[in-house]
Design a protein around this ligand. Sequence first.
Ligand code: TRP
Length: 458
Amino acid sequence: MAQERESIHGQWSSRMAFILAATGSAVGLGNIWKFPYITGVNGGGAFVLVYLLCIAAIGIPIMIAEIMMGRRGRRSPINTLRYLAEEAGRHRGWQVMGWLGIVVGFLILSYYSVIAGWALAYVLRAMEGAFSGQSPEAVAGLFGQLVSTPELLLLWHTLFMVMTMWIVARGVRSGLEQAVRYMMPALFVLLLLLVGYAMNTGYFQQGLAFLFTPDFSKITPNGVLMAMGHSFFTLSLGMGAILVYGSYMPKGASIVKTTLVIALADTSVALLAGMAIFPIVFSYGLEPGAGPGLVFKTLPIAFGQMPGGALFGTFFFVLLVLAAWTSSISIAEPVVAWLVESHGLTRRHAAWWVGGGAWLLGIGSVLSFNLWSSEPYLLFGKTFFDLLDYLTSNILLPAGGLLVAIFAGWIMRRESVREELGLKDALLFRIWRFLVRFVAPVAVLFIFLHATEIIKFE
Ligand code: TRP
């Protein structure tokens, strides 16, 4: 038996608390903002199918691996990796994986906060009743107005970053558990109501067909890469966020069952968001491939027309902000935990340094939608925001996930892994190990190789 290790940052109070926190991390802008917009850009059904396959064959096995590694190491990613490598009698150099994660988390946090800022701005607008009775053009115009005003974006980005760091500074346990417990079910119910609205647009069938009828002529190697990248992004994998949350997980809770619950909740929220949005897109003759503004240009039309829409819309955007909040906290946690562990900073100081840095970098994303939205401010034809998002989701997260799979499948000792997972069912363990050793790494590499035209940033 290995010695019992404990995290110096405390532990979740129960398995349920872990599920809530990890679901809070997974469910966020990725589900409601990003999934519908990249599905639209990539032509629908075939993209969704590839995304679902990636969740099942790559995302779930890697999530199990990350949680398992975190719980065994009980430290921030860098120190966990060093400990686990030593435990397995391997080179400490594996800790570079942790470094990669810290850099990636920092990059993601910087733009995540900018988009979450949009959601904050929309809370206010919904409260004012800005959407009531507006035409689709006017609603799109409101979005255009927001993103073309850098001062406003900066204001909301700042507010969101402060909110995030305020919680991270207090430690992820206090507050987070309670917030997620009530917020997740509420978000779910609201999405169901929106799907109900979409059913009455007369275009529900068309929306469903767009999402669920695969047309493989529409998907490109780049689309496959984006689907895979998004399966990492949406499950918070590949940079140590789930690993850190796993390091606060109580011993004895089932990692496999927990992972399945989280993945199911995450996927359902994304699909519901799609089912609410696309019927609205078709019923107003809008463009499914409208890009990052899609959610903000469609749902407000519905809020503007339904009775009680101002209240409903306010509630929706508040929940979207909360979902983004519980996610951004988890993006910051690995870096902050590491600064506390290895550099003796207090949690508060660490949080404010990380937040300050990510806030500064976020200004690049703020400007990507206005002053820097066209030449000569593009790199490889992409804005700063697009480039960061592309690089992190589609290349760095899958690369991090690949390393996790290799580490859990090939570097750690089989017995340590088996013990930590506590899987009594030998068959289940074998299946997981096969997925992590062979299927996930091969799939990631295969998709990388077939998408080389994108590596050149075509
Ligand atoms: N999964 C979150 C979302 O869908 C975002 C997120 C949280 C994340 N933690 C992460 C993405 C870690 C990548 C890595 O919005």
